[in-house]
Design a protein around this ligand. Structure first.
Ligand code: SF4
Length: 95
């Protein structure tokens, strides 16, 4: 791995386990998945929490707790749209 590459191994492991536990699946598009995971890693390194990479932080940790991944919106979004706003988690439709 190049020095400037972001290691997403831990986040992917966490997201995969979370998806399994909740009946979701991860984005099957490897490029999109990696981009979202990188955003989570970046936010964790910069701000101490894995804030959603697709939402704007207010800067108030109390308010921003709502957008720490998995955000408070994801289940509703997956129900409605089939995936969360960032396209990290998808509904797990049985074929
Ligand atoms: S939209 Fe998806 S990636 Fe973003 S915080 Fe919510 S669950 Fe995580």
């Amino acid at each position: 791995m190049a020095a400037d590459e972001i290691d997403t191994t831990a986040e992917e492991k966490w997201a995969s386990a979370y998806a399994d536990q909740h009946g979701f699946r991860l984005n099957p598009d490897r490029v999109q998945l990696t981009n979202v995971l990188r955003g989570l890693v970046r936010n964790r390194k910069r701000f101490g929490e894995q804030y959603c990479p697709c939402r704007i932080r207010s800067g108030d940790p109390e308010k921003d707790r709502a957008i720490v991944c998995p955000c408070i919106y994801h289940t509703q979004e997956i129900d409605k749209d089939g995936h969360c706003h960032c396209n990290l988690f998808f509904e797990n439709k049985q074929p």
